[in-house]
Design a protein around this ligand. Structure first.
Ligand code: P6P
Length: 335
């Protein structure tokens, strides 16, 4: 049961021993993310009031126009995680390559690397639609004290020790897992504390919401087109409801609470899919599975895919188990 009087800090301490590597290092890491989330939340919430909305005029490694809040959020999470001696390596959607902390602090003896999308859905900032931060945590595989290598980051999603997201919406929530279920914490902005509002979150087995950018319909694989028509037919418990915000964290979070399926297929514009495997799909898939859902790329379980490059894109389907299973029948019949 959630204990709405329990803060995130108290929850981390109370549950530290349930985490097999409990040395306190992961607790400090999650606490650092909590701190950065509060700082970014403050800026996101007043974005409409100060000249921080809009673009920097630069593009990031994704060749996407960098919004000022993207850069701000990236700097805040990077400084909080690196300057406070919390991790040994960091990779971000906003940066071409990863950062090895021991290039800054030779005595770094930390065990965890973090991959982050500091402000996902940032194209929604100017229109006041909720955006989010997504993070993924692994134990390094290279020797402690040495410089991290790309292999520390290119680990299967199954190896994650923690993953989570912050959703800067009508309320600001931090949702995360360390492999022992999914818990949600809601920020009380009046006192700046996150409170345990959602205990052991689970996907409803069966949902009736499908989320996809139907503007790409004619670019979708045939099995997606057939599944969409299945969703829209007047039969049994259908038609389902179409809901699409265009912000992965928001679309995923709504489906987690209400039940549903999120789909971002490969298209002719994005032949390998649009969403990034390492810092969007893997962390969301870890949470999805921990909440009893499923996450696939159309062929394999997302968490079993061996990454090849840091900014690798992938088709992405995740949500309620029964809805993913239904989609899989269309995939199977298409072969
Ligand atoms: P489209 C936001 O830019 C993002 O990376 C995800 O948050 C979101 O799910 C997706 O892209 C939306 O993409 O092509 O539908 O605008």
């Amino acid at each position: 049961m959630e204990n709405k009087n329990q803060t995130l800090g108290e929850f981390i301490i109370n549950n530290q021993n349930s985490f097999k590597y409990s040395s306190g290092e992961l607790s400090r890491l999650i606490n650092s993310i909590r701190l950065a989330a509060k700082v970014v939340n403050h800026e996101v919430n007043k974005a409409g009031l100060v000249d921080i909305i809009g673009e920097t005029g630069k593009t990031n490694v994704q060749d996407e126009k960098q919004q000022k809040l993207d850069v701000y959020a990236n700097n805040k999470f990077r400084n909080t995680l690196i300057n406070r001696n919390i991790i040994c390596g960091l990779a971000s959607e906003e940066d071409e390559s990863f950062i090895s902390v021991n290039s800054i602090d030779k005595n770094n003896q930390n065990s965890y690397v973090v991959l982050i999308d500091p402000l996902d859905g940032s194209s929604n900032i100017d229109v006041n639609v909720s955006v989010g931060t997504i993070f993924s945590v692994y134990r390094r595989i290279s020797e402690i004290g040495s410089s991290v290598t790309i292999d520390d980051f290119l680990q299967k999603g199954r190896n994650q020790v923690a993953a989570g997201y912050i959703i800067y919406g009508t309320s600001t929530m931090l949702v995360y897992t360390t492999g022992d279920g999914v818990n949600g914490f809601t920020l009380n902005p009046a006192i700046g504390s996150f409170y345990h509002s959602h205990a052991n979150l689970k996907f409803p087995k069966k949902g009736s919401i499908y989320s996809i950018n139907e503007g790409n319909y004619f670019q979708f694989p045939d099995y997606v087109k057939k599944y969409l028509k299945f969703c829209q037919m007047e039969e049994d418990d259908r038609p389902y409801t179409s809901r699409y915000i265009g912000s992965l964290v928001s679309d995923f979070h709504r489906n987690l609470i209400k039940g549903g399926i999120f789909m971002y297929p490969n298209t002719s514009k994005n032949p390998k899919g649009k969403l990034r495997l390492l810092y969007e799909c893997n962390p969301i898939s870890f949470i999805c599975e921990q909440a009893g859902g499923l996450a696939i790329d159309g062929e394999s379980n997302i968490l079993d895919i061996h990454p090849e490059t840091l900014h690798q894109r992938i088709p992405f389907y995740c949500g309620s188990e029964k809805m993913i299973n239904q989609l899989q029948t269309f995939i199977k019949n298409s072969k």
